[in-house]
Design a protein around this ligand. Structure first.
Ligand code: ZN
Ligand code: ZN
Length: 384
């Protein structure tokens, strides 16, 4: 595959997005390409009191989350924590030990977004250390809602949503059957830690001796933030400080942009529009180096931003062409280009794919390049 062929699953397994409680996904081919440097296999020293620990994500081709450690005058602060799994926890603890510190010393936890490969271990870190956990309010809302949600509500929501998107009955039937039988797999996120501090966009985080500013970058999730370390680059690379980019800006993966799935929320959102705006914001920032949560650190953020903007524009144009024939979001997803043929895309990933198709349709409608065909049920869309 070409490196930016859209990933059908993004970085979160379907269960994490409550999209596939029925089948486990074997997801696509995001490769672990990050170079291993530093004193131990799991730790990279980025200089200037910043390190990365490669914390594994079990059974996921994405491989690992890069948990960043930021030294402050009050003790180490983590940017993201990793997946909630014993092996991930052990790796995080070993990485901190290699840096001469320990989980018990952690002063605070800054979370880029609520996905379980970023926020999974936050609760355990807080329990061990008494650290605070900070997150943007929009993602905290998702955490709180997910914790209080009854799995059945999700099944009903997903069934209705898939039907409205034009999914065939044989795709929806397993959801209804699982709902009826009460065999509902425990959804991840039900026990995610509720953050106790809010990350306020454009404000400095209260970190002793450091200048870390929050930049709200919605799109991948409604409350995704990048964290801008406004200090000169330790190797004097040209540019404006360093950026912890979470999943917003990755060197070789186009992050999943779907809908902000939320039962009982009737707001019509435009996550792809949000994402494209957020990308431009980061491009203008011009950081000297980007420290993403997966893959590896890289420079020239504006070039990567341009690639992703072009990629989405190309995709929108492709969809617009497909809509010469009126299609439901499901029909579109079947015809779109993924990293493998539609027939080979597993059940859960199809749900994510259809959500991505729908996000693109919403953008086209908002741009006046597509419209709903009056009187259709499920609603089909056509190019204008
Ligand atoms: Zn991620
Ligand atoms: Zn994510």
């Amino acid at each position: 595959m070409t490196e930016d062929t859209p990933q059908v699953t993004g970085d979160t397994p379907p269960g994490a997005e409550h999209t596939s409680p029925v089948t486990e996904d074997t997801s696509p081919d995001a490769q672990d390409t990050s170079p291993v440097t530093g004193d131990t296999p799991h730790v990279t020293d980025h200089g200037g009191g910043v390190w990365a620990i490669k914390v594994p994500i079990p059974d996921n081709p994405l491989g690992h989350t890069l948990v960043h450690v930021l030294d402050t005058d009050r003790g180490p602060v983590l940017v993201d924590t990793g997946w909630d799994d014993p092996a991930s926890w052990d790796t995080l603890a070993a990485g901190l030990a290699a840096l001469g510190t320990a989980v018990t010393d952690i002063h605070g936890v800054v979370i880029t977004h609520h996905h379980p490969d970023h926020h999974g271990l936050s609760g355990q870190v807080r329990e061990a250390s008494g650290a605070w956990i900070a997150m943007h309010a929009a993602d905290t809302e998702v955490v709180v809602r997910t914790r209080s949600s009854e799995p059945g509500v999700w099944f009903d929501y997903m069934s209705a949503k898939l039907a409205a998107a034009g999914a065939p009955e044989e795709h929806i039937a397993p959801l209804r059957a699982a709902r009826a039988s009460g065999r509902m797999r425990t959804l991840p996120g039900l026990r995610a830690a509720v953050p106790d501090r809010e990350i306020v966009p454009a404000e400095l985080l209260p970190l002793a001796g450091r200048r870390l500013r929050a930049i709200w970058t919605p799109g991948h999730t409604p409350g995704h933030v990048c964290l801008h370390l406004e200090e000169s680059h330790p190797a004097n690379l040209p540019g404006n400080g360093r950026l912890f980019s979470g999943d917003h800006l990755l060197p070789g993966i186009s992050p999943h942009i779907g809908l902000y799935e939320a039962p009982e929320d009737t707001r019509v959102t435009d996550p792809l529009g949000d994402y494209l705006d957020s990308l431009e914001r980061i491009g203008r920032l011009g950081p000297a180096e980007v420290l993403p949560a997966h893959q590896h650190a890289f420079t020239d953020a504006p070039a990567r931003v341009r690639e992703l903007l072009d990629h989405h524009e190309e995709r929108l144009r492709g969809l617009w062409t497909l809509l010469a024939e009126p299609l439901t979001p499901w029909g579109l997803a079947e015809r779109m280009e993924w990293n493998r043929p539609w027939e080979q895309i597993p059940y859960g990933s199809r749900n994510i794919a259809v959500s991505e198709a729908e996000a693109h349709v919403r953008r086209l409608v908002k741009q006046g390049r597509a419209e709903a065909v009056p009187g259709t049920d499920p609603v089909t869309y056509r190019a204008v």
